[in-house]
Write a protein that binds this ligand. Structure first.
Ligand code: UN1
Length: 494
C-alpha cells in the first residue's frame, strides 16, 4: 500500500478538505507508485493563505539575521540528507542520480547564499539635495507570496524561490508540480525541522486549475512567482493583472549552441551532448538547437550522432545510466509529435525519433536521443520548445548568420558559442539576445549567485537567483529624514 503524504498548513500536516488524493508514479517504472498526495482545491488554498497571513507579522518582525539561522540549519540538514533526497527525486522524476544530487546541491547553495543575505540585504544611502536631510532605502517584505514550481528541478527551483522569499520576511504558500510532490514534501519537512515558525511556509499539493488558479486569484496573496510553460505564465499574468498583483515569470527556452569553424570540436560535442540530452532535454536551458558553421558540419554531425547513439538509457538510479526517462507519457507523446512535425517539415532525421523500449526502458516513459539535420530556422522544431531529447542542427555560413539564427526565436534564455576567436566570442556576447550567454561551455550550468532568467517570451523582466532574487521578493521603501527643523522644499529651495 502506497504511503499517503499530506499538505502542510499552519505548521500541521493535514489532509485536503475534500479528502481526495492523486497518485505519483515513477516515470522509469510505471508500476511503482511513489505515494499518494493531496488533491487540494481552493478551500485548502484559502486555509493556507490564512495561515500565511497570520504568521506574517511575527516573521517580518524577526530580524533578518535570525531568519537566516533557520536557513543555515536547513542548509546543513540538506547536506546531511543529500543522498536520500537525491534518490527520492530520481524515483519520482527520472533524472539520473548524479543530476539529482546536483539538483539538491543547487538547493543547498541557494539556501546558504540566502542565509548570508540575512546580514546584508543591502539598500542605498545617498546624500540629499537639501541640508540636514538624510536619504536611504530599505527592503520590506511583500507579504504572502504564492510560489508555483515545475517538475524538472524538483528541489532547486523551489529553493530559488523559497529562500529569497523567506530571508526578505515574506510568508509563503507553495504549490509544487503534480509530477514531483515528494521532493516538495521532503524540502518542507526539513524546513520545519530547521525551526521555521508555523504558518511561514505552507505546502498545498494539487493541479494547476484546482490549486494554482485559486492561489493566483486570492486577494490575500501579494505576489506570484512562477516557473513553467509560457502558456501557463500568460494565464498567470492575466490573473495577476486584474488585481495589480506583481508576478515574476520564468518560462520556456529554445536555446542554441553555435559551433564555429575554429571551435575545439571535442569540447563542442561534449557540450552539445550534455546540453541536448542532460535531464533528457527537459531543462529550460537545454541546447535544443545546434547552429553549426558549414566548414565543420559533417564532422560535428558525425561525432554528435555517434555520441547520442552511445548514450545508455535505463534505470536512472544506476550509476552506468546516462539518460533516464521523460517525465510522463503525455510529455512523451508531445515529444514524439514534434518528431512527426520535423519529418513533415522536411528535416532529415539522423537518429532516434522513437520511444525507447529496449531492456529496462520497456518499464517506463523513455524516448530515444533524437537528432534532426537540414533544419531551417523557420521550421517548428527550430522554434518551439519541445522539452525532450530532440536536437535540431542548423547549418550557417558565418558568425553573423549564426547570431541571427540564434536570435530568431520568441524565447531568450540561454545560448553558447564554441570558438577560439576572442573577437567572435565578444561579438556573440554582445549581440545574442538571451539572458545568459556561455563561451566554450554548454547552455546549461547556471550558478546560484548570478542572475538567472531571460528576455522575450522567456520571462517578464525579472531574474531569479543572485542578488536579483531579492528585488522580486522585497519592496523598496525610500526614507527621507529631515532634521533641519523647518520646511524644506525639494526642487524648489536651493
Ligand atoms: C531549468 O532549466 O529550469 O543551468 C533550470 C542549469 C541549472 C538550472 C536550470 N542550473 O541548467
Amino acid at each position: 500500500m502506497a504511503q499517503t503524504y499530506l499538505n502542510y498548513i499552519g505548521g500541521e500536516w493535514v489532509a485536503a478538505q475534500r479528502g481526495r488524493t492523486f497518485e505519483n508514479r515513477n516515470p522509469a517504472r510505471r508500476d511503482e507508485v511513489i505515494g499518494l498526495f493531496q488533491r487540494s482545491d481552493h478551500e485548502d488554498v484559502g486555509r493556507a493563505v490564512q495561515a500565511a497571513r497570520r504568521a506574517f507579522d511575527a516573521w517580518r518582525h524577526t530580524p533578518a539575521p535570525k531568519r537566516a539561522e533557520v536557513l543555515y540549519r536547513l542548509g546543513h540538514l540538506l547536506i546531511e540528507r543529500k543522498e536520500e533526497l537525491a534518490r527520492d527525486m530520481t524515483r519520482e522524476m527520472g533524472k539520473v542520480l548524479a543530476e539529482a544530487r546536483g539538483d539538491v546541491q543547487e538547493a543547498i547553495d541557494m539556501t546558504l547564499l540566502m542565509a548570508g543575505e540575512g546580514r546584508r540585504l543591502f539598500g542605498d544611502t545617498t546624500p540629499s539635495e537639501l541640508r540636514r536631510k538624510f536619504c536611504l532605502t530599505v527592503r520590506m517584505p511583500v507579504g504572502v507570496v504564492g510560489l508555483i514550481t515545475p517538475w524538472n528541478f524538483p528541489m532547486a527551483i523551489p529553493a530559488w524561490k523559497i529562500m529569497p522569499a523567506l530571508i526578505c520576511g515574506n510568508t509563503i504558500v507553495f504549490k509544487p508540480a503534480t509530477d514531483t510532490p515528494l521532493s516538495a514534501v521532503r524540502l518542507v519537512e526539513l524546513i520545519s525541522e530547521a525551526g521555521l515558525p508555523p504558518g511561514v511556509l505552507n505546502l498545498v499539493t494539487g493541479g494547476g486549475a484546482e490549486v494554482g488558479q485559486p492561489l493566483v486569484a486570492h486577494p490575500g496573496v501579494r505576489l506570484i512567482s512562477f516557473t513553467g510553460s509560457t502558456a501557463s505564465g500568460q494565464e498567470i499574468a492575466l490573473g495577476c493583472a486584474r488585481q495589480m498583483k506583481p508576478y515574476a515569470l520564468e518560462m520556456g527556452g529554445k536555446n542554441a549552441i553555435i559551433v564555429m569553424d575554429d571551435a575545439n570540436l571535442d569540447l563542442a560535442v561534449d557540450g552539445a551532448v550534455w546540453g541536448g540530452f542532460g535531464t533528457s532535454g527537459q531543462r529550460c536551458t537545454a541546447a535544443s538547437r545546434l547552429v553549426v558553421h558549414r566548414a565543420v558540419l559533417g564532422e560535428l554531425q558525425e561525432r554528435f550522432v555517434a555520441r547520442a547513439n552511445a548514450l545508455r538509457l535505463g534505470d536512472p538510479l544506476r550509476a552506468d545510466t546516462d539518460m533516464g526517462p521523460v517525465i510522463n507519457d503525455s510529455q512523451l507523446e508531445n515529444i514524439h509529435r514534434y518528431t512527426e512535425i520535423g519529418l513533415e517539415e522536411g528535416a532529415r532525421l539522423l537518429t532516434g525519433g522513437e520511444r525507447a523500449t529496449q531492456g529496462a526502458c520497456a518499464l517506463g516513459s523513455f524516448y530515444q536521443p533524437t537528432v534532426f539535420t537540414e533544419v531551417k530556422p523557420s521550421m517548428r522544431i527550430a522554434r518551439e520548445e519541445i522539452f525532450g531529447p530532440t536536437v535540431a542542427i542548423i547549418a550557417v555560413h558565418d558568425l553573423e548568420e549564426a547570431i541571427a539564427v540564434v536570435n530568431d526565436t520568441d524565447y531568450g534564455l540561454s545560448a553558447a558559442i564554441y570558438t577560439a576567436d576572442v573577437n567572435a566570442a565578444f561579438q556573440a556576447m554582445e549581440e545574442i539576445t538571451t539572458g545568459i550567454v556561455y563561451v566554450n561551455a554548454s547552455t546549461i550550468g547556471a550558478e546560484v549567485h548570478l542572475p538567472f532568467g531571460g528576455a522575450k517570451a522567456t520571462g517578464n523582466g525579472h531574474r531569479e537567483a543572485g542578488r536579483a532574487a531579492l528585488d522580486t521578493f522585497s519592496e523598496w521603501r525610500t526614507l527621507y529624514i529631515d532634521y533641519s527643523g523647518k520646511l524644506q522644499r525639494a526642487q524648489i529651495d536651493v
